[in-house]
Write a protein that binds this ligand. Structure first.
Ligand code: HSE
Length: 424
């Protein structure tokens, strides 16, 4: 039986989950995969973490050099995160010819070209299923399962923390309380602003769209807006109109170019993604052969993400050719690829206006002059200062058109309280 020695760098939420699966499933992998996977050593300076997992003292390595020099270690799992020591250690592992499995989306998003170049030069494997969508095997599906398809678009909920927060806010919980609970449940990044500002989802979107569209989609091309200024009030107005608010990641490829964006957006409540709640993630994609498809599962948390890591370990251990790639993996976007920033969408706009005759007509006139047509409009009473809330949803228009029209409304007629995209 083939022996496979693993070392885990970092025993946080995901590294700890990986250790637990490898320890508890050793016999299962011997029986089902005909491989004997053992954790040879770990790199984790925090004795509380190693103690809590019951890692024997002799398996706690003192430094990366010791690990890469260990002939019994075949696969090194990196679950440290960030692009500091994690990058240094991953490069050290690859340079020593060890296969690397990483869950580090920031590292893979920013340095995949460097890591892959090193892996190829050293004939080492490089696996990154756990970088995107937790326990949902989206990376392998794009690489191995959907090769027959030209993918024209996908739309996903790919950050568990923000989906958990928005789900809780829809029940009336405050943003701060929902974020505190997400932290407690182990969903958030070390710095949770990466979740709420949409950066984590942008790393994943850069990786997924590079795979889906077979070209380099750099982070700098991803339009990004987070959820920190989303209000319970907008979620409630949206619900009254039949919408659910989600942090969406959208990738599209058309003849005009590639469009990649992360932002909060209303979905009709009948859309399959609208039913994806809590820490769950889902990706809805369109292939020219397979048609519409949705993958759904837990996008964050210890065991779901560790499931992706262990699946990479098994894949690496059971495939003789274990280079795991790839799209055109360069440092920058390819020459000749156009990225679209004036994308089209419908928009939800909440305004505060003086409650007097003719105001709706004035709003309609500003939008009409900008070529924007209104699909739905609701006025919700007036407050003691005689100001009414007007909520409107436009038909499809363009990002720059709505931005210009909103500045004109703000300058002349109304206070613009919020503008949110509505997915079509
Ligand atoms: N913080 C991430 C999330 C973890 O909430 O989705 C999984 O990548």
């Amino acid at each position: 039986m083939k022996k496979v020695g693993v070392s885990i760098l970092g025993l946080g939420v995901v590294g700890g989950g990986t250790y637990r699966i490898l320890e508890s499933h050793r016999e299962f992998f011997r029986a089902t995969q005909n491989i004997d996977v053992t954790v040879e050593c770990v790199l984790e300076p925090n004795a509380e973490k190693t103690g809590a997992l019951g890692v024997p003292a002799e398996k706690v390595a003192s430094n990366i050099a010791e690990i890469v020099a260990n002939p019994d270690v075949n696969i090194i799992v990196e679950t440290i995160g960030g692009v500091g020591v994690a990058r240094e250690y991953v490069l050290a592992a690859l340079n020593a010819g060890k296969t690397v499995v990483t869950s580090n989306k920031e590292l893979y998003c920013k340095f995949s070209h460097e890591l892959e170049h090193t892996a190829k030069r050293q004939n080492a494997g490089l696996f990154f299923e756990a970088t995107c969508v937790g326990g949902v095997p989206i990376v392998r599906t794009l690489l191995d399962g959907l090769q027959a398809n030209k993918i024209s678009s996908f739309m996903g909920i790919i950050n568990g923390t923000t989906n958990f927060i928005l789900t809780e806010m829809a029940k009336g919980t405050s943003y701060a309380d929902a974020l505190a609970e997400a932290k407690k449940l182990g969903y958030t990044e070390a710095d949770p602003s990466a979740d709420v500002d949409g950066l984590d989802a942008s790393y994943k979107l850069s990786i997924l769209s590079s795979l889906a569209f077979h070209t380099k989609v750099p982070l700098s091309k991803v339009f990004r807006e987070g959820i920190s200024s989303v209000s319970v009030e907008d979620i409630r107005h949206g619900a009254e109109l039949g919408y659910v608010l989600k942090l969406l990641a959208v990738g599209k490829q058309t003849e005009e170019g590639i469009e990649v964006r992360v932002h909060p957006a209303f979905l009709r409540k009948e859309h399959p993604l609208a039913a994806v709640n809590g820490c769950f993630n889902a990706v809805y994609l369109k292939g020219d052969a397979a048609g519409d498809m949705m993958m759904y599962g837990r996008g964050a948390g210890d065991l779901p993400t560790a499931s992706a890591i262990v699946s990479d370990i098994i894949y690496a251990a059971t495939h003789s050719e274990y280079r795991y790639s790839t799209f055109k993996n360069t440092e920058k976007e390819e020459k000749g690829v156009t990225f679209i920033d004036d994308f089209s969408s419908a928009y939800y706009v909440r305004l505060s206006v003086e409650d007097r005759s003719g105001m709706l007509a004035k709003i309609g006139s500003v939008l009409g002059k900008a070529g924007i047509s209104i699909n739905e409009v609701v006025q919700c009473g007036a407050d003691e200062e005689n100001r009414a809330t007007v909520v409107l949803v436009t038909h499809e228009t363009h990002e720059y058109a709505i931005r210009n029209a909103v500045s004109k409304l703000e300058a002349s007629i109304a206070k613009v309280k919020s503008v949110l995209r509505v997915a079509l």
